[in-house]
Design a protein around this ligand. Sequence first.
Ligand code: FAD
Length: 346
Amino acid sequence: MSTPQHQPEPAADHPRPPLVDVLAGDSRREIRVHQHGFVALLDAMPRLVPQGQTADSAIVQAARVSYGRGTKRVQEDRGLIRYLLRNRHTTPFEMVEFKFHIAMPIFVARQWIRHRTANVNEYSGRYSVMPDRFYRPTLGSVRKQSASNRQGSDGVLGQDPADPARAAAETQTAQDFLAYLDAAESLHARYQSLLDRGVSRELARVGLPLSLYTEWYWKCDLHNILRFLSLRLDAHAQDEIRAYAQAMHDLIAPVVPITMEAWRDYDLDALTLSGPEARALSALLAGGSAALASDNQRELAEWAAKLARLGAADPRPAMAAPATHTPPIHAKAPGPGAQAAPRELA
Ligand SMILES: Cc1cc2nc3c(=O)[nH]c(=O)nc-3n(C[C@H](O)[C@H](O)[C@H](O)COP(=O)(O)OP(=O)(O)OC[C@H]3O[C@@H](n4cnc5c(N)ncnc54)[C@H](O)[C@@H]3O)c2cc1C
């Protein structure tokens, strides 16, 4: 990108605007997650910004390689931030940092810790007794294994009104799952008893389940928080960590509103196309078939989902047809932003 203009220091006789706290004096802003979890925003950098501005101003200031009065009018700042985000000029977003206190089940923490660019300090099960707190879904929210995604779930057990016998059997399975969690949670009493009888805390804890809660302080710059949110708010992320990502999003959105709006526009709500997908879309717009030049089933399914989101149609039936014939293609269940009615395209 071109080098942004340097902003001069304000003249000595030009008073600086008063500074305001981006957290309005709060030392903790907390959102509860599930029964025992939370995400709490403890601190932000910059903490003080000129009155009338938000922490977004630190991004603009860095991008303009300026000191002091590094921002222009709010509308220009907004344009610059949106330009930076759109064009993946990412380092200015590292000038903003957030510190959180988070309580989450260990299985969520294991996914979370993979985000290596944060600074983390976790509760020590060697030093302290692990509290008796566990994550457990309700009977009506025990998710089923997805048939199409080995790493995901699809729907919940016992919710098929069209097939009461099947729903009853699934409800029993969900009850069995909760009984299995009861058994795992009961291990805490044995853990406590073993501690009382002299087993070290560092060893006694190893028999506790992944549903047990842990806590940590987590500090990260905004660039890498956005990466975390992109991955963990995505529909493919596990529901439990998505709830935490949503809480984190909701806590920082008022502090960096311009950045978060741009990120939603250019990342969260964006639809990216691969080269073959762009070519297939061009062919479709030119009146041809939207068939993707691929025999990879996952890639074909992803393309169908993108077309559905655009209000177009699944081209896969067309691929099975004779090469000389381009049959009509009809939309699958519409995704976000899709048109309500299926549309014939070719
Ligand atoms: C839906 C989903 C499913 C997943 N499934 C699995 C799975 O089955 N198994 C599994 O092991 N993981 C899995 N992961 C974790 C995933 O592979 C990443 O480790 C995790 O999402 C962190 O992403 P990241 O590396 O971009 O983040 P960060 O670690 O925060 O890294 C941010 C950026 O910095 C770069 N970076 C960080 N550290 C280094 C380094 N030391 N050297 C070079 N570059 C670095 C990264 O390349 C990345 O571009 C899954 C993640 C998701 C979202």
